[in-house]
Design a protein around this ligand. Structure first.
Ligand code: AP5
Ligand code: MG
Length: 210
């Protein structure tokens, strides 16, 4: 199974991608996570990507396309893969369709008002990468939060500041939203309402395949 998850920043792509990848035993490929790993390792690509990501801009197509093409060729993708955060531009989508087939593109639709609230409540574990919403956590004595899996202090993503989130939404509207028409024209698009609980969204996605 070769899938794409589309949707604005904070739509719940990463949250749902983990569930889908586990259920169908396919590789979860998040370009955002791959870039954040490069930043953490302080590679030349990571240094270049950091300033763009922190400003809410996209990383250049040629870098991302090469990264994904290489990743899809790895052995754990033989049973299929789920792309989370790629493609994000028409150029990326055209390139992708040139090097692999795609079975379905699922767009998780969430209104901007819900997204701004969600991002302000997102915390991530810098060690094991688990993502949380503070709604499910008890605050520590200092008002911060701790990872339930590995005990590391959670952090907010640098690009989750409200002004950066707004810019990311604008970039999404300009550069990524046109992909909905792109995949619809190829009869590959399914839409799900992402403005529901995480379990309800997961159920709507699984229904598409069952
Ligand atoms: P990336 O990491 O892909 O960020 P994004 O697309 O902006 O999306 P997010 O990861 O912020 O949100 P999500 O949809 O995964 O939501 P999540 O599940 O975490 O990319 C980051 C940057 O890297 C880009 O801005 C760009 O610079 C660069 N980049 C990456 N790919 C690129 C590409 N292809 N080309 C160029 N540049 C690229 O959920 C969000 C929060 O909401 C969490 O706290 C979660 O717990 C909560 N939540 C999830 N679902 C629900 C629900 N149903 N109800 C309530 N809360 C929920
Ligand atoms: Mg994500």
């Amino acid at each position: 199974m070769k899938l794409i998850l589309l949707g604005p920043p904070g739509a719940g792509k990463g949250t749902q991608a983990e569930r889908i990848a586990e259920r169908y035993s396919i590789a979860h490929i998040s370009t955002g996570d791959m870039l954040r790993a490069e930043i953490k390792a302080e590679t030349p690509l990571g240094v270049e990507a950091k300033s763009l990501i922190d400003r809410g801009e996209l990383v250049p197509d040629e870098i991302i396309i090469g990264m994904v093409k290489n990743r899809i060729g790895m052995p754990d993708c033989e049973n299929g893969f789920l792309l989370d955060g790629f493609p994000r531009t028409i150029a990326q989508a055209e390139s992708l369709m040139g090097f692999t087939g795609i079975d379905r593109a699922v767009c998780i639709e969430v209104p901007d008002e819900s997204i701004v609230g969600r991002m302000s409540k997102r915390r991530v574990c810098p060690n094991c990468k688990r993502t949380y919403t503070v709604d499910v956590l008890e605050p520590d004595e200092d008002g911060g939060y701790t990872c339930l899996d590995c005990g590391t202090k959670l952090i907010a993503r640098d690009d989750d500041r409200p002004e950066t989130v707004q810019h990311r939404l604008n970039v999404y509207a300009e550069q990524t939203f046109p992909l909905i028409d792109f995949f619809e024209a190829r009869e590959l698009l399914s839409r799900v309402d992402g403005d529901k609980s995480m379990d309800e969204v997961a159920d709507s996605i699984f229904e598409l395949f069952e």
